[in-house]
Ligand binder design. Structure first.
Ligand code: DGJ
Length: 782
């Protein structure tokens, strides 16, 4: 709900309140952001910062009003240069008269629902939108601040429009989407950093006086520093204490700044990166920033994450697949890489269909001369040597097996060795007088050029209309370099690239509303809300090693819902880390997201195939929980020594707890089973997902029970292990919710070098379990 009275604005969501006020001097100030409080619009005194005196050296804005009113001290909703605020500015413009700007409140408007911003991804289904106009009368510039309120998700989205009403060009050097000035709460800054095959690793630091920057300069939102971040108050833990979360709905270069001043004020900013950014705004032109989003939780970081999940599922992801169950897929990439034939694909698909997989995805290598990664990108027509009967035929065969068919593209790229490059070398981004640099042997097409956008739209349309393609994986495998534009001022290229990408995505996703789109950029190099505005899910990482994935998925799920996270079970040892992990751990990790398999199923033993079939059955039975349940991080591998995740249904009647360990310990402690937020007084049955035990896990100990002496590395044990398993534990309890909430369940002990039986849990290194719980009737109620 948005209320305005006496130049005070109060934006309420279910659990939060955001208050702004116009100061006597005319600036828009932030007065409060936090837990929901009663209306403040009738009383503008209590939340007002009081400035009776100015500090030495400070520049007093206007001593006719409040004698201590210095812009360096007040909490501004938008800040500029030249009138005494020496913190990081929200906007830096070069006008005919230099850098000085002073935007004052002019008027406001409250609308029901959303507003659309041209060319940029806009969240949908807001409850209300507040538009505030700020004007600099001298420079003849208007700033339009838009605040969309999403009540249930507890999110406020903000964007800024700059209008040039002057008669001269204005150069935009910096223009941020959101600024939040607030009092410090001994904040820690939590960022999500990484690189290829190691994305979204959480890093936390207590902030001291200074300026902290999180950004990307690669042309993508990047796997280095995701735009999502948290500010945790000192007392904040998983489910208690104050936590703010922020994100930007944008897929290119972004910038997030957190500045702590000597007066213990924190300034937070999110927006376009000013790196290589310089935009010429001509008279009567407008410039829109992307939307930034903010949420607040008084119940720890889990609630802040859940708010972001709720917002993404209900206000970012669009169309038929929003909130819809996502199919279990098989992707041929790690199964075959470039070496496949039609026969091989058909046989993989047949086996996948037999065990219940629902979608077959043909990855890289089906087009042009693409037999390795040195050639073919740009030539989006079928390679007849690999697929002699074409895509339509292959899709039909897959459909006849009862599966959907999906296809990989990397539309933004071109190889030097391609027909496209021979025809249009000028479409690749490169400088006129320098040798271009390659990444994975490829160059980036200049998506700021309309002809390039139309070419991409054209071949995608042709391919998608020619066969029954119900899923598209949209890849992007290198960062942008050699930036140069023939058409625009050089400082516009990065942003215009992203705008061009959004135009293509918008046209294609509107034309193919039934297709499920998965975004990918060498894994998570462009995992952001901008891409999610068009594409329903995103491939988290090229790293499918289950143990590494615990870190990657913990970080990713801090900001993004499980329904957007592509997570696959792959071969062991993993192709990225060469680590061996149990087949059930690979599933137990991948199950918290959109499940897929990415391995040659033919290479699995009968025992492993049986395990995979059981995994698929389990996932199908609990898909809604695993894709859309309320997600909790209960334990963190780095700080707690093991990881534990939970999903809970909206009515709290059922859920799943995952337990994951790293290396096994010689003298294992007693493991407890602890959840959160189950209904205390309801009776639940909780039961381990049954996992068989591979006899090879026992090594030479197999001889303790074998009548003949066996070589544990020999042919015989190998053959037996492919067909026979030992029973795992069948641990189950009927308990009240409060027992689970308070960690009263003590699990069977782990194997500790002696005595394995049905009441011992054999986890070994990288072992894991899933526990499913649901409410049951009390016996006397039956
Ligand atoms: C990078 C992706 O992340 C992989 O999943 C795969 O699609 C390859 N590209 C194909 O080149």
């Amino acid at each position: 709900m948005i209320i305005e009275k006496n130049n005070i604005f109060q934006l309420d969501t279910d659990d939060t309140t955001y208050i702004m006020r116009v100061s006597t001097a005319g600036h828009l100030l932030n007065e409060y952001y936090g837990k929901r409080i009663r209306s403040a619009v009738d009383n503008n005194e209590f939340s007002k910062e009081k400035w009776p005196y100015a500090h030495g050296c400070s520049v007093v804005y206007d001593d006719k009003g409040e004698s201590g009113y210095c812009l360096d001290l007040v909490s501004l909703e938008y800040s500029s240069i030249g009138k005494g605020d020496y913190r990081e500015p929200s906007i830096e413009l070069k006008t005919e008269n230099g850098y000085v700007l002073d935007f004052k409140y002019s008027s406001f408007q409250i609308n029901k629902g959303c507003i659309e911003v041209n060319g940029l991804p806009t969240p949908h289904d807001a409850d209300e939108t507040l538009i505030i106009y700020l004007v600099d009368e001298v420079a003849k510039l208007t700033l339009v601040l838009t605040y969309m309120v999403f009540e249930k998700a507890n999110v406020i989205a903000r964007s800024v429009k700059l209008i040039n009403n002057s008669t001269a060009n204005v150069e935009i050097n910096k223009i941020m989407s959101l600024q939040l000035d607030m009092l410090n709460q001994d904040f820690s800054l939590v960022n999500f950093n990484g690189a290829w095959i190691g994305e979204m690793h959480q890093s936390e630091k207590a902030i001291g006086q200074g300026i902290y920057i999180n950004d990307s300069k690669t042309g993508c939102s990047s796997n280095r520093h995701n735009p999502f971040f948290l500010l945790k108050a000192k007392e904040c833990t998983a489910n208690f204490g104050n936590c703010f979360a922020f994100n930007l709905i944008y897929s290119g270069n972004h910038l997030e700044e957190v500045e702590l001043t000597t007066f213990d004020k924190v300034r937070v900013q999110l927006g376009l990166n000013s790196y290589c950014f310089n935009w010429i705004l001509k008279p009567n032109e407008e410039f829109d920033t992307p939307f930034a989003v903010a949420t607040f939780s008084a119940n720890g970081f889990n609630k802040a994450s859940q708010n972001m999940h709720d917002f993404t599922n209900n206000h970012v992801v669009r169309g038929k697949w929003a909130n819809a169950p996502r199919p279990i897929l098989i992707n041929n990439w790690e199964a075959t890489y470039f070496k496949f034939t039609e026969g091989k694909l058909n046989s993989l698909a047949k086996l996948a269909a037999d065990i219940g997989i629902e979608l077959f995805v043909l990855d890289d290598g089906w087009f042009g001369t693409r037999t390795d990664d040195t050639k073919g990108l740009g030539d989006w027509y079928v390679n007849p040597k690999k697929l002699p009967h074409g895509l339509e035929h292959l899709a039909d065969k897959i459909n006849k097996l009862g599966m959907k068919f999906g296809l990989w593209f990397e539309p933004e790229m071109v190889n030097e060795k391609s027909d496209l490059y021979i025809k249009h070398p000028e479409w690749a981004i490169k400088c006129p007088d320098r040798k271009e640099s390659f990444g994975r042997n490829q160059m980036v097409l200049n998506l700021s050029i309309e002809a390039v956008q139309d070419y991409i739209i054209g071949f995608l349309d042709e391919t998608l209309s020619a066969a029954n393609i119900e899923y598209v994986k949209w890849d992007m495998n290198r960062n942008i370099s050699d930036i140069y534009s023939h058409e625009y001022s050089q400082g516009e290229l990065f942003h215009r690239y992203t705008l061009g990408l959004y135009r293509i995505l918008s046209v294609i996703t509107k034309k193919y509303p039934n297709v499920l789109f998965e975004s990918c950029a060498s894994g998570g190099n462009r995992f952001d809300l901008g891409m999610m505005s068009y594409m329903h899910q995103t491939w988290c990482s090229d790293d499918t090693d289950a143990f590494e994935r615990i870190q990657i998925q913990s970080g990713t799920a801090s900001g993004y819902p499980l329904s957007t996270m592509g997570c696959h079970v792959s071969a062991s040892p993993s192709h990225q880390l060469l680590r061996r992990t149990p087949i059930d751990t690979r599933f137990n990790v991948a199950a918290f997201g959109c499940l897929g398999y990415e391995l040659d199923l033919h290479k699995l033993s009968p025992v492993e195939l049986r395990a995979v079939k059981a995994q698929i059955d389990f996932y199908k039975a609990h898909r809604q929980l695993l894709q859309y349940g309320t997600f909790y991080q209960l334990k963190n591998m780095n700080t707690d020594g093991y990881a534990s995740w939970m999903v809970l249904s909206a009515d709290r009647s059922e859920g799943i707890i995952g337990y994951y360990q790293g290396l096994a310990k010689a003298n294992p402690k007693i493991d407890i089973l602890k959840g959160y937020n189950l209904i205390d007084e309801k009776l639940y049955n909780i039961e381990v997902r049954y996992q068989e035990v591979n006899i090879k896990t026992f090594g030479g100990l197999i001889n303790m029970i074998s009548p003949i002496n066996l070589n544990e590395d020999g042919f015989l044990v190998d053959q037996i292990s492919k067909r026979k398993t030992m029973d795992g534990e069948k641990e189950t309890y009927d308990v009240y919710g409060d027992a689970i909430n308070n960690g009263a369940i003590k699990l069977f002990p782990q194997f500790a070098g002696t005595g394995f039986d049905k009441n011992v849990r054999l986890l070994a290194d990288f072992g894991s379990r899933l526990y499913y719980f649901h409410t049951i009737e009390k016996k006397d109620e039956k």
